[in-house]
Write a protein that binds this ligand. Sequence first.
Ligand code: ACM
Ligand code: ZN
Length: 755
Amino acid sequence: MFISLLLAAALLPDSAADSAVLPINIFPLPASVTRENGNFHFDRQTIIESTDEDSAKEAVFLQAILKPGLGDVRITSPQTDSKRVVLLQIDKSKTDLGPEGYTLTVAPNEVTITAAAAAGIFYGIQTIRQLLPAQIENPDQAKHARWDIPCVQITDKPKFAWRGLMLDVSRHFFPKQDVEHFLDLEAMHKMNVFHWHLVDDGGWRIQINHYPKLTELGAWRTWKPTWNQRNLNFPGTSSGDRVYGGFYTQADIKEVVQYAADRHITVVPEIEMPGHSMAALAAYPELICTNANVAAYKKRTGNPTPNVYCAGKESTFKFLETVIDEVCALFPGEYFHIGGDEVDKYLWDNCPDCKKRMEDEGLKNADELQSYFVKRIATYLNSKGKRLIGWDEILEGGLAPTAAVMSWRGIDGGIAAAQAGHNVVMSPGSHCYFDHSYADLPTEKVITFDPVPPSLTDDQKKLILGAQGNLWTEWVPDVPTAEQRILPRMIALSEALWSEKKDDPDTFMSRLRPYYARLDAMGCNYYLPKPEAEFNAVLLNGPTEVRFMPSPIAGGMIRYTTDGSVPTATSPEVRGGISVDKPCVITAALFRPTGISSEPIYVDVAAYKPTDSDNLVPGLSYKIFDGEFDAVPDFDKLKPADSGEGNSIGLLGDRKTNYAIEYNGYIRIDKDGAYTFTTTSDDGSVIWLGDVKVVDSDGPHGAVEKKGRIYLKSGVYPIKIGYFQGGGDQELSATLEGPGINKQPIPASMLFRNP
Ligand code: ACM
Ligand code: ZN
């Protein structure tokens, strides 16, 4: 019996005999995945069959995925006798899948993608791509890859219709090949809108035949080593000055729009108006307000020249309508983005043309003049069959009837717009600004984003089209930096927008770990997660080996120093753990084989000093200090304004700005073990136990929770909590979790002070 089973296995095809369970790890998470037994094996005999013209177009994308390992597999119409087939079929009756959904059935001899429309076939192919191993992404490795995918039954469709990425090509110009690379990254993660920020103060990037100076002058600014809004000028390429810039010809634009459309991505052009238009006005200064006192303007704003079109002159509208005519002819999508953000209305208030416009139109103030401007452009766009979308400032002074709002200053603008019956795309800085640092906007936060505010009614909720990530490029000088900003945050956003049941942040981050191998194989840069130590503070009376979690990426190495320097590619590697026997700071960072490293982490190691006080009483002492701080200060050097005793950690007194608090005392630990402390603070806070920093949430910032872990033997430890408040909101709390203690505010029963 035993032998015959073995023999039977030997006679089965490779894929069935191989019992290795292939992983399923798809981003964004599909709606439903059921694993079946066995695998499907791709080889040179595999045939792609398409039932119709639309799916035949999509078949080319599967062929391209297979090509590096298998050459050109055949694409045909359905045959009767074929084996090892991938069948792509559009079935218009599958209306429950919507325009972008699909089912994918993988059986040992046949793969079938069914969708109601072409986009669903495309997304099913993207899922097959992610079922294949990471090596297929790399032409050198693809030939050695196992071209197998697990048998599976997937039904999938997106939660939101607008799953976007915005790229600012004004501050940094990305040639069309780079733009197509970002489109590939979007498509792979089933994102479907590319918002192309073509115009801003830093440069005009689209050829307009009627107004050639827009690109002759406006596309080329004087070169500077780094971005500087105060130093923008546009001397022209024939000036002999070193210039920086570039632009897309109309042929380039058509090519990119087609490239996107082939991948089911709609391109939304943005032509900023009336503000953020310095480059356009450098080319056509006659569209600046009359009587603009440039010297005074410069002194007031820091901008070298005005960046707002005159809203009084008819010539402004003539110019913009002509630009719109040419732009509309290039972009087939419904929406046209007109910017509308951060309009400095000072010049309008002092311009005779703008004043006359306000009088003639019965407008009470410059906000209403902006509203007039936007409504007039909206009407023009409507006449061309387009809909206006703009940043949330377009709400000011009254919104144009058919306009949609992109909410960036938080979500309130989006809420107001939905309540007024307008479509909304959410893109708040808090969750969607991928130019922000990972400290300010971690991937773990992006995955939690829900663009639909619970306060809206069901009908209003339907007006939220979705969301998008924005990459502003003042500080993004090249593609690797751009990739590092969007990966993996864009992947998290894709899941937040596609998946009805997205993962919690911890599960999502652990699913990402093996996915970095795919990004590596693609040659993409990404934000390298920091290494994780078991404890981030060590007292030398407990365990003295500092252990690290395994590298979160394949082939990653954790390197460290103990002399305070930042580790380099030649610093010693952490193998298992680091033994420590004297006070130091361990600085560790994760390195990719390429030598690129993560930001460092610090583990504070200090001697344990037994507490000398033996007549402690319950509670903590506190002191309050007045002053302007940008970090938790060295309290010993300051004179307190106030002091007292309390038994919980939180804000004290009624100060609103510019002060600091020090809590001081002892914490009694009854059981040996690992303890996790947190603070949630706005601005910064730190917890020290004895001489080690356990929680470091220093610096000015909004309310964030920061954790720190330490091993403590039973005993009494000095504890100090420092906090400072600069301006804005203020908040402070601290929690503890440990053996027998669920996470809770640090219990008063554990806190003591000198009498
Ligand atoms: C923006 O970030 N000014 C839309
Ligand atoms: Zn004016």
